[in-house]
Design a binder for this molecule. Structure first.
Ligand SMILES: [Zn+2]
Length: 240
């Protein structure tokens, strides 16, 4: 049940108590990919995972903002402060629980959201208004072996497969030429730079010229399958 498409009466009738809630961000993704990349991919993986699940889930409207201040020097980037993001997530999760939907899976598309989402999910699971369980599925973490980067091979492949018209293919070789290799330098394991423009010229980490539609199709299938498995596991949990 897609909450954005139904009436309140429809929502009342659902027998499901599992929510899938995509969360993304609005932030630069280099010269070739849209600001909405993280949102589009989180939503698409959520839809793929739900489509393979044999049962009903509640599909919540996606949140387009996240913790993206590190991209602030690239125009078009929008963000919430860490504190506002956590409060926003806590309020939305509590409203699911008030409706009686107490098993919550956040499908996340942005690395910068991960720490806060894990904290919010732990807090909700321990202290919510009614017994509940919440967890975060960051789609590109379904495997440890992906050449992730930022607007690199992985995200660009997914976009080429799902939203080819949103990729500016003419810019891909330049995107690669000016990209960075690593996400922020460390000294003795400690972070030394916080803003993305301090370690990449054009906002890209990794190599988007290696991207392909075939790889994007594979990524969508595999991440969707992994999410379906998680929904099955969460659906069987005893939450009391
Ligand atoms: Zn991204």
């Amino acid at each position: 049940m897609d909450l954005s498409q139904v009436t309140s009466d429809d929502a009342k009738k659902t027998t499901s108590n599992i929510v899938v809630f995509p969360v993304g961000s609005t932030e630069q993704h280099g010269p070739h990919a849209p600001l909405s990349t993280d949102l589009l991919l989180a939503k698409s993986v959520a839809e793929e995972g739900i489509s393979q699940f044999k049962g009903e889930v509640i599909f919540a409207p996606p949140l387009p903002f996240g913790i993206s201040e590190e991209h602030r020097n690239f125009p078009g980037t929008l963000w919430l402060s860490t504190q506002t993001f956590r409060n926003c997530m806590t309020d939305v999760l509590n409203s699911f629980i008030h409706n009686g939907w107490n098993k919550i899976i956040i499908v996340n598309g942005h690395g910068g959201n991960i720490d806060s989402l894990n904290e919010v999910c732990a807090d909700i699971t321990r202290n919510a208004i009614k017994p509940a369980f919440a967890t975060t599925f960051t789609w590109f973490n379904y495997s440890n072996d992906l050449p992730m980067g930022h607007a690199g091979e992985v995200e660009t492949s997914m976009l080429l497969h799902l939203f080819p018209n949103m990729v500016n293919s003419n810019m891909i070789s330049r995107a690669n030429a000016d990209s960075g290799d690593i996400w922020g330098p460390l000294e003795q394991g400690a972070k030394m730079k916080y803003d993305v423009d301090e370690f990449t010229k054009n906002g890209v980490i990794g190599n988007p010229s290696l991207a392909s539609r075939d790889f994007g199709e594979k990524l969508l299938k595999e991440s969707g399958k992994s999410l379906t498995k998680l929904i099955e596991i969460v659906s069987k949990l005893e939450v009391s």
